[in-house]
Design a protein around this ligand. Structure first.
Ligand code: ZN
Length: 193
């Protein structure tokens, strides 16, 4: 199966998981790993109960959520740290984009960066008018297919951030070139550059 097809499936399953907070987590896991129903003991006591079963009121009246489960409990877990999450995600995307640029030091078009991150084996090349396989260096990169969910405008935003950091530059023909090693980029970030 193509890597981005599989990633798409994984993402939709993950999304379904978070969108059904009432469904027992242990059942979802068992289903995901293709095993039978989880053992009867799962979610049967306060020490083994998943948060979904607590939240959905499937615990006996007499049982109370243990302290650890209480510590992790939030009625709106996905709101926590949303800003940090997006900043961290942007940084990770930047590192991946920079790494891919390094693999094509003479310059790479943003669309090609995008296709590499999505894991597309080939991309339509307007100049040639047909599908052309992505260079082997890109396809062999561990970042190939590393962002199957990325939308194209995110590539542009990432390149703009890298340019601001002095880590990449746009050439007159619209392709992008790396300027500094990735380590130097991370260093510059830590120093607030
Ligand atoms: Zn459960």
């Amino acid at each position: 199966m193509r890597r981005n097809t599989r990633a798409g499936e994984e993402l939709s399953r993950l999304k379904a998981y978070f969108e059904s907070p009432d469904v027992c987590a242990q059942h979802v896991m068992a289903d995901y790993f293709g095993s039978d129903e989880p053992p009867q003991s799962c979610c049967s006591t306060a020490g083994s109960r998943c948060s979904a079963c607590w939240d959905a009121g499937r615990a006996p009246e007499s049982e109370r959520r243990p302290e650890v489960a209480r510590a992790f409990h939030s009625p709106r877990p996905r709101d926590g740290g949303a800003h940090v999450d997006s900043a961290q995600r942007a940084q990770r995307v930047d590192r991946q984009v920079h790494r891919l640029l390094q693999l094509q030091p003479r310059g790479m078009h943003p669309r090609r960066v995008w296709h590499a991150l999505r894991g597309d084996e080939s991309a339509f090349l307007p100049g040639v008018g047909r599908m052309v396989a992505l260079p082997r260096a890109l396809r062999d990169s561990r970042h190939f297919g590393g962002r199957a969910d990325l939308v194209f405008p995110e590539v542009g935003r990432s390149l703009a951030r890298l340019a601001q950091l002095g880590a990449a530059q746009e050439l007159p023909d619209g392709t992008w070139q790396p300027l500094r090693p990735a380590g130097a980029t991370a260093e510059a970030r830590r120093n607030g550059a």
